[in-house]
Design a protein around this ligand. Sequence first.
Ligand SMILES: NC(=O)c1ccc[n+]([C@@H]2O[C@H](COP(=O)([O-])OP(=O)(O)OC[C@H]3O[C@@H](n4cnc5c(N)ncnc54)[C@H](OP(=O)(O)O)[C@@H]3O)[C@@H](O)[C@H]2O)c1
Length: 334
Amino acid sequence: MKVAIVGASGAVGQEFLRVLDERNFPIDELLLFGSSRSAGRAYPFRGKQVVVKELKHNDDFKGVDIAFTSAGAGTSKEFAETITRYGAIMIDNSSAFRMDDDVPLVVPEVNGDDAFVRPRGIIANPNCTTIQMVVALNAIEALSHIKRVHVATYQAASGAGASAMAELKKQFEQLVAGEQPTVEKFFFQLAYNLIPQVDVFTDNLYTKEEMKMYNETRKIMHSDIAVSATCVRVPVMRAHSEAIWVETERPVSVAEAREAFAHAPGVVLEDDPENRVYPMPLFKAGCDPVYVGRIRSDISNPNGLTFWTVSDQIKKGAALNAVQIAEYLLAHKQ
Ligand SMILES: NC(=O)c1ccc[n+]([C@@H]2O[C@H](COP(=O)([O-])OP(=O)(O)OC[C@H]3O[C@@H](n4cnc5c(N)ncnc54)[C@H](OP(=O)(O)O)[C@@H]3O)[C@@H](O)[C@H]2O)c1
């Protein structure tokens, strides 16, 4: 198996190196790609140093079986043809192709089989906030169809990349030193603050990130589900959290929901309010599952259920989900 990572120096690219090794993914040869900025840098993988090549329009992808791409939507669009020309399957982390009809959008626990219909050789990895939500929603959908979801996200700085994580750390250090914090990556100072805007606003006054949660959830779940999201950037380093309210066709009890979450693939139930057991991002960074807690009936809606999820968005929200897609393809070869 010849595997390529495009965007190897980035937050997601670095996670790919860890996840592929951790999961013992079958690799005979690994190729790393980046822009001219990181070309020439070497990263260790399974005892060897792998040097980053500059991504160019050439034949470098000849013989590549799977290419994991995480270098932004512009790069994915520009290089998709070059990457897939010789038959490589491109599993793309960017937003470039997610809503294209001829590109499957896949979360293996929910719609793994969609990955087999890929006329362009491209499989899209959903937005990180959507992945973590649909893994949890899927458990409830199996009990009763979900008609509506309200969700508020609490998104970590690292969701905006490696440099955003560095900026948050620097802001805390600068503030402690009595200096003016550097604000470049986010619209405002994030340290000691919350920013109720992730990505740019659209015509309906939702942000792009919020509309991704609406559109991508419907595509992955093959559902008419309506999602109203408010996405908020918080001064957390890693792992996104979401407060989720669902309205189902029939009322779903807390006991039923707990049972469903306890057995749902990819979910770990942490819900013991008396003992203050609920998931928190600080303790879930670097972990694989989607954690669910704070489950209760919605007192404002007889058919409503509310709960809280936490998941590492660089892992399940990006690199891990993409590797799981590749594993799904290998395990269910058609
Ligand atoms: N961070 C997350 O939690 C997360 C979650 C889900 C999806 N994603 C998506 O994954 C992608 C990468 O995100 P990230 O957080 O890893 O960003 P990042 O830390 O800023 O890294 C960006 C990567 O893209 C590479 N790159 C940029 N322009 C390139 C070009 N023209 N040719 C080749 N490589 C290029 C960079 O290489 P150089 O170092 O050479 O510039 C770097 O390796 C984005 O599309 C993002 O939306 C991120």
